[in-house]
Design a protein around this ligand. Structure first.
Ligand code: FAD
Length: 711
């Protein structure tokens, strides 16, 4: 087994000399006037103008409001009579102080977002208490306008012409810059003139080496000429690329370059593999740490797996449950995202090996000081991988779309089929596994058939569809209390699902599923659509890590990590999420379910441990906090176990809705999903029932290959 020292050794590795010269001096705290030739004039953009305009106009109104509270105290006191406060006189003065102080801060553009937050609360109070309660015209006109202005300032910050910006620029990368200004470092803002010019310059300088050795832009050539010092004008990344493209820098592989945000190359490099619940949480937890984070994922989006079944059943569209990783991390300046498929990890060499992306780019090795592996899990067919073709599992967006295609195509095929004998298998759906995913997909299938599609077909009655939920255990939802399992089974039956308990799958084909029932008899059920929701198998990287570190693997292929989530012998390597189980340090493992909250807690723990170790503090063992379990069955039907309390029916269903909306990524997605659910609830419709994918030969339900379909 490979031994490594407890503290990653190469934090103090030498920087490439030209990159060192190229670090933006503002970022390192040394300020210099920026050469106008490269920087250009101060940004006179429309956005700067309107944010300053909004800020100053609002500041003046607040100042007038505030001063009036002192000058016309008696009149103001009368208008505050509706406020439910014990000492209205003092309250009026307090609001006056907030408005005068807030107005002055807004004028200066100091602590703008915090100030806007306080003033927004002030306006909200005005609207709710005096406006809506007493229909006072001032509160119902000016207050919403001011509230909107405050929301704009909270969203966009103070703008370029403000003390916030000035302070942030002076303080550089220090954490206080964030606290003081409550905004991002100016040179790192999208649209910042320096960043823009730096990027443009890089583009132009690239022409020097990309096919036009003597061409390129003269300014760019000058910028990279020996002795020139354009470097303080642009981000370190731009500089690095510029130097490389001009042939002045050692040809570092681009993957090994510093961050786009211009962080110092001397910061420890944290590589996180996997932008799922665990990996993404680790990255976000490191947002204030003095490290460079690189998030690698083979997909460019974070997928909210708990709602995959809604895509599979046509209730939601793929884009509503997935969110681009770049978008999520756009504001986290110490993190970059790379679309990368990790092929292998060299633990002793501290390198991650990447497969080439389409077009041949992206292959190479990425060094790390700290590594967090969070590549999740896939399906397990318990040694029958051939079944995967006939019974797709539900793990990726592609899986969900494939299942949706098969389900909808089956109804279409049944409508086309004239022979009742041959029609029945098209209307028979078998879901294997009665865990939360199986229960949810079976419930959705039943609602799709009985509610949504009911009046849409002319030959068949989709409501006659047979939905079998096959489970080897003696109850559904085995992770729940038996009472909840029974409730869930009853709710499923009411929807028209047939739970088949104590039943094991022995064979799967494109036309049928063979099951061994409790008596031991094997029955063959003709079913054209089979969905696999039974087994889970950890990401292949778990096995690779186990082989390299000597860690144990369980039957599901999960690697056993140390109590602090590191690999044995590799304290700089963490593995988290669905791909691991956690040792309790006493020869056993902790009970950590394969659910999103557990993955997030592990990701957060790994990140915090990195921060602790960098501060030379000892690591703590991971502890799992069970926040409860929720599973939905259908409309107004769900079960929940939260800290010993058991809920079912409407209450559990509402809790399920709220929790899923809360954890869904992206405000827009939350809003759209909420609207979709509301509309579906009222109309029982499903908006995403398109069969868009081409059927591949040999699939279970391609219409073209349908035997007996009347053409
Ligand atoms: C259908 C379904 C329903 C679920 N419902 C719930 C629920 O209701 N409640 C709940 O709490 N949990 C639920 N879960 C479980 C929950 O989604 C998982 O526990 C959680 O996603 C695990 O997070 P993770 O970060 O370990 O893995 P994932 O979220 O799977 O993320 C792994 C990431 O790694 C990337 N990756 C994998 N291999 C590589 C590679 N070689 N190179 C680069 N990137 C790679 C993947 O693209 C992916 O983005 C459900 C899961 C499924 C499948």
């Amino acid at each position: 087994m490979n031994q490594v020292t407890a503290t990653p050794a190469n934090h103090d590795r030498p920087r490439p000399h030209l990159l060192e010269a190229g670090v933006d001096r503002e970022l390192t705290g040394q300020r210099e006037p920026l050469p106008t030739a490269v920087v250009g004039r101060p940004d006179m953009s429309v956005r700067s103008l309107w944010t300053a305009g909004v800020r100053c106009a609002a500041a003046i109104v607040f100042l007038i409001f505030g001063v009036s509270k002192f000058v016309n105290h008696a009149a103001e006191l009368a208008s505050f009579r509706h406020y439910p406060v014990p000492a209205p006189g003092t309250f009026v003065y307090a609001v006056g102080v907030i408005e005068v102080g807030g107005g002055l801060l807004l004028l200066a553009g100091l602590l703008t977002r915090l100030t806007a937050l306080a003033l927004a609360a002030d306006m909200l109070g005005a609207i709710v208490v005096s406006g809506l309660a007493r229909w006072e015209i001032v509160s119902l006109t000016l207050a919403p306008v001011l509230l909107a202005a405050m929301i704009i300032l909270i969203r966009f910050g103070a703008g370029d012409w403000s003390l916030d910006r000035h302070l942030a620029a002076n303080i550089g990368r220090h954490r206080a810059a964030f606290l003081l200004s409550f905004s991002r470092h100016p040179s790192l803002q999208t649209g910042d003139p320096r960043a823009r010019e730096g990027t443009e310059l890089v583009g132009r300088a690239r022409a020097i080496t990309c096919g036009e050795p003597s061409g390129g832009d003269p300014q760019a050539r000058q910028a990279v000429a020996p002795g020139a010092d354009p470097v303080s004008t642009m981000s370190a990344r731009s500089t690095g690329q510029l130097m490389i493209s001009a042939g002045r820098a050692p040809a570092d592989p681009p993957l090994n370059g510093p961050l786009p945000g211009g962080r110092s190359a001397a910061q420890p490099r944290v590589v996180v593999i996997g932008g799922g619940f665990a990996g993404l949480r680790a990255v976000r937890e490191l947002r204030r740490a003095g490290v460079e984070v690189t998030l690698l994922d083979r997909r460019n989006f974070h997928l909210f797996q708990p709602l995959l079944y809604q895509v599979a059943s046509g209730a939601l569209s793929p884009g509503e449950i997935a969110y681009p990783l770049r978008g999520i991390l756009a504001r986290q300046l110490n993190a970059r995202v790379l679309l990368a498929d990790v092929a292998a990890i060299d633990l002793p060499g501290r390198r991650v090996r990447l497969r080439p992306q389409p077009g041949g780019v992206g292959a190479g090795e990425l060094p790390y000081d700290w590594l967090v592996v969070a590549t999740g899990a896939g399906h397990s067919y318990f040694g029958h991988d051939g079944w995967a073709r006939h019974a797709p599992g539900l793990k990726t967006l592609e899986d969900a779309l494939e299942i949706r295609r098969r389900i909808l195509t089956a109804f279409e095929a049944a409508e086309l089929e004239t022979c009742p004998e041959r029609r029945r298998p098209w209307l028979t759906f078998a879901v294997v596994g009665a865990g939360p995913t199986g229960v949810e997909i079976a419930g959705q299938l039943a609602e799709l058939a009985r509610d949504t599609l009911r009046r849409e077909f002319r030959t068949i009655d989709p409501g006659e569809a047979v939905i079998l939920l096959i489970e080897a255990a003696d109850r559904v939802l085995t992770a729940y209390e038996p009472k909840m399992s029974a409730m869930a089974a009853n709710a499923l039956r009411r929807l028209g699902v047939t739970p088949m308990l104590n039943t094991a799958v022995v064979e799967v084909s494109d036309r049928s599923i063979s099951i061994a029932v409790e008596s031991g008899d094997v029955q063959e059920v003709q079913a054209r659509t089979i969905i696999w929701a039974a087994g889970v198998s950890a990401s292949p990287l778990a096995r690779a890590l186990a082989e390299a570190s000597g860690a144990e693997l369980d039957r599901a292929g999960r690697i056993t990590v140390q109590p602090d989530l590191t690999l044995p012998g590799f304290p700089e390597v963490f593995a988290v999420g669905d791909m691991v189980r956690v040792s309790d340090g006493a020869g056993s493992t902790l009970h950590v379910p394969g659910v999103a909250p557990a993955a997030m807690q592990e990701g957060r723990h790994a990140a915090r441990t990195i921060v602790r170790r960098l501060a030379r503090r000892p690591a703590k063992p991971f502890t799992y906090h069970d926040k409860g379990s929720l599973a939905t069955i259908g409309r107004k039907a769900a079960v929940a176990q939260i800290h010993g309390a058991m809920l079912s029916g409407l209450l559990a269903w509402l809790a399920w809705l709220l929790v899923h909306l809360y954890f869904l990524m992206g405000l827009q997605n939350r809003f759209i999903v909420f609207v979709r659910w509301t509309v579906s609830f009222i109309t029982r419709g499903r908006g995403s029932r398109l069969i868009t994918e081409t059927a591949t030969p040999g699939d279970t339900a391609p219409l073209a290959a349908t035997e007996g379909v009347t053409q």
